[in-house]
Ligand binder design. Structure first.
Ligand code: ADP
Ligand code: MG
Length: 274
């Protein structure tokens, strides 16, 4: 297979919120290289810096040290060039625009609201099951529906790189599984590169070609686990023995990190008391 170009290059990134000594070290020495067409999930306990990492790649916050390149440019330039779509944990729709107008917004900005792009907004809304809600306002939808509209908006302008921060966390199990399959279908069809944050291990295994396992704070990379399940993945994938083995591998890796860090903090406590 031909070597794919690198889409995201994170090198020795540290992120400290606040001041040295009193602040929170959220990320420590993160280096990660992601090639075009990869589906990389990031898993780790709450507060380990997953969102921070994604926001740094998106140039929404700056690293304290280290460097980030996106599409072989600075993360800042990539943001200006709208090289990626970002789906946040919570839906981020404009309250005064209808669902359809929300999804059309990036298309309007980038391409002008031409018929082709309008058709694409409609197609994306259908994909996420909101075809009957074009003219509703965000407040008229459930949280899950608003999140699906946010996903449709991120997909609509067809970015080569998609950054998704626990996008399906608020969805019910059925919708979530359907969205997993739809996302894979889009990814396979369009050769996008995906970085997907989740705290669901089965979801990470089901979707990804690689899984980045992070340690509790300060977030470091504990392991990068390749997922050798064949694509296209189906409902049967979730029932295969390899699927369960991989889920166990990721879980054990996380558990080791968690126990490891608990031992370290226990040590610090007893030292302080001595
Ligand atoms: N803007 C911020 N200011 C101060 N601390 C922050 C900020 N954003 C995140 N943190 C802290 O950094 C750590 C990592 O947060 P986050 O990246 O949101 O974790 P995760 O997404 O893995 O749950 C947490 O301890 C969090 O409190
Ligand atoms: Mg988060």
């Amino acid at each position: 297979m031909a070597v794919q170009p690198t889409v995201v290059e994170v090198a020795q990134v540290n992120k400290l919120f606040g001041d040295v000594g009193t602040g929170t070290l959220a990320l420590q020495d993160i280096s990660l290289s992601i090639a075009q067409g990869e589906f990389v999930s990031v898993v780790g306990p709450s507060g380990c810096g997953k969102s921070t990492l994604l926001r740094i790649v998106a140039d929404l916050i700056a690293p304290s040290s280290g460097s980030v390149r996106v599409m072989e440019k600075s993360a800042h330039q990539a943001r200006l060039d709208r090289d990626y779509g970002f789906v946040f944990q919570a839906p981020t729709l404009l309250e005064w625009r209808t669902v359809l107008k929300n999804v059309e917004l990036p298309l309007e900005i980038m391409h002008g609201a031409t018929a082709d792009w309008k058709a694409r907004a409609v197609e994306m809304l259908e994909m996420v099951g909101l075809q009957d809600f074009h003219h509703h306002y965000p407040w008229q939808l459930s949280g899950g529906m608003q999140q699906r509209a946010s996903i449709a908006r991120a997909l609509a302008f067809d970015p080569a790189l998609l950054l998704m921060d626990e996008p399906f966390g608020a969805l019910d199990e059925f919708t979530r599984e359907r969205m997993n399959l739809e996302l894979l279908r889009i990814w396979e069809r369009t050769h996008k590169t995906l970085i997907f944050v989740t705290h669901s291990i089965p979801e990470a295994v089901f979707l990804s070609s690689r899984i980045v396992v992070m340690t509790p704070r300060p977030g470091k990379i504990a392991a990068v686990i390749p997922v050798d399940l064949p694509y296209p993945r189906t409902f049967e994938t979730r029932e295969s023995s390899r699927f369960f083995e991989l889920v166990t591998t990721v879980r054990e890796t996380l558990k080791e990190e968690f126990v490891g860090s608990a031992v370290v903090s226990a040590g610090v406590v007893s030292e302080g008391e001595a």
